[in-house]
Design a protein around this ligand. Structure first.
Ligand SMILES: [Zn+2]
Length: 123
């Protein structure tokens, strides 16, 4: 992460994770992944490692954090969808990443995602 100077923020810029508008007085950090700027809320919400993973997922699959309503997301339903779609090609790691991406789109943090995945696998 690189600290960004104020004069670089003269244009309308959005947080690379949640798409919140970032203005000149917002203290931000710049990601080394895609040079995207991260807002203070996302800095508080995610660890450095999580930010890297999240940015990579959004680069790969598109969208942003909290794009859709949170209550519309069902981890189990989506997991079953992926299992069905992938069939023989089902890969636990790829599927996990796809699921995490979907969770992020619904404003679910990686921490919450892992908790519900653990709960699901226990049952
Ligand atoms: Zn943000």
């Amino acid at each position: 992460m690189i600290k960004v100077r104020d004069q670089m923020l003269s244009e309308r810029i959005r947080c690379a994770i949640c798409h919140t508008d970032i203005n000149m007085s917002t203290p931000v950090i710049q990601s080394t992944i895609n040079y995207g700027l991260i807002c203070p809320t996302c800095m508080r919400l995610f660890t450095q490692e999580e930010i890297d993973i999240i940015l990579n997922l959004f680069i790969l699959y598109g969208g942003y954090f909290g794009q859709y309503k949170r209550d519309k997301f069902s981890l189990i339903e989506r997991l079953l969808e992926i299992v069905e779609k992938e069939g023989k090609n089902f890969n636990i790691e790829t599927s996990n990443m796809k699921l995490l991406h979907l969770a992020l789109l619904h404003g679910i943090t990686p921490k919450e995602f892992n908790q519900s995945l653990e709960t699901f696998l226990k049952d």
